[in-house]
Design a protein around this ligand. Sequence first.
Ligand code: AMP
Length: 285
Amino acid sequence: MYLFKRKDDLERHLSTARKEGKRIGFVPTMGALHQGHLSLIAAAKENTDLVVCSIFVNPTQFNDPADFEKYPITIDQDILQLTAAGNDVLFLPSVQEMYPKGLAPEMHYDFGELETVLEGAHRPGHFQGVGQVVHKLLELVQPDKLFMGQKDFQQCLIINRLIKLLHLNVELVICPTLREQDGLAMSSRNLRLNPTERQNALHISRALYYIKNNLTQAPLKEIAGKAINVLKGNGFDVDYLDMVSIAPDGNIDFPAAPGKDPLYAVVAAREISSNVRLIDNMQVN
Ligand code: AMP
């Protein structure tokens, strides 16, 4: 595996590969890699000729400085995992390399109401930061296909819109959420949970399975309300737990009307004892 820390080295390598006719797949991450990330690498390997993974904990997308400071970093293990997975290129830039002019936004992305609901409502500025870094990375890597996880439901919609806004010629491939055997969605932030908190975090995926299994038993609002109460009763601050669907214009239809297909339950909740905020979602019909 090649490892580049500088943009110009990466660009040179990729330009040679492109001249050889290789189709480039790109998997942007913030590291602390788990099987969920590796499933994206596997999908990229299957669908393109050269896979680039980036690891960059992007400061501009953290609205909470403590969350940024505590974000897990396991770079040695990440490199071993990527090598074993057959990843071709790792891009590992510094903050200075990605933001040579400083962290102030260079432009504003018009994501419309998509960035005012759910995550957007609870993490002001988050999606502008995501837009900033993904824009820079896409311009640099110029991939044929971009692989992202359904785990970050709203992020996928934002990136879809970013690609349209910037008229980029890249296909967004959305890959399914990988879960631990007990149902917990894999996440780098799970590393910050002690065994008791890790066990408690299970209530999040259980809430989603509860909704899925009881969908026809009561009105959506009532089922969601019950799931919220279970989370609150088990030591969570619930930012949102909603039933949503995706409107034809790519916005989130929220709250979704019953009968919408596909219908998703989306949740963000802070496990109070660890102060770790987790998100998850599931198609429930
Ligand atoms: P992150 O490192 O958390 O920014 O995630 C990098 C990419 O991996 C994003 O596209 C995520 O949606 C995706 N991802 C994170 N967790 C999972 C998971 N459990 N299953 C599949 N993809 C995931």
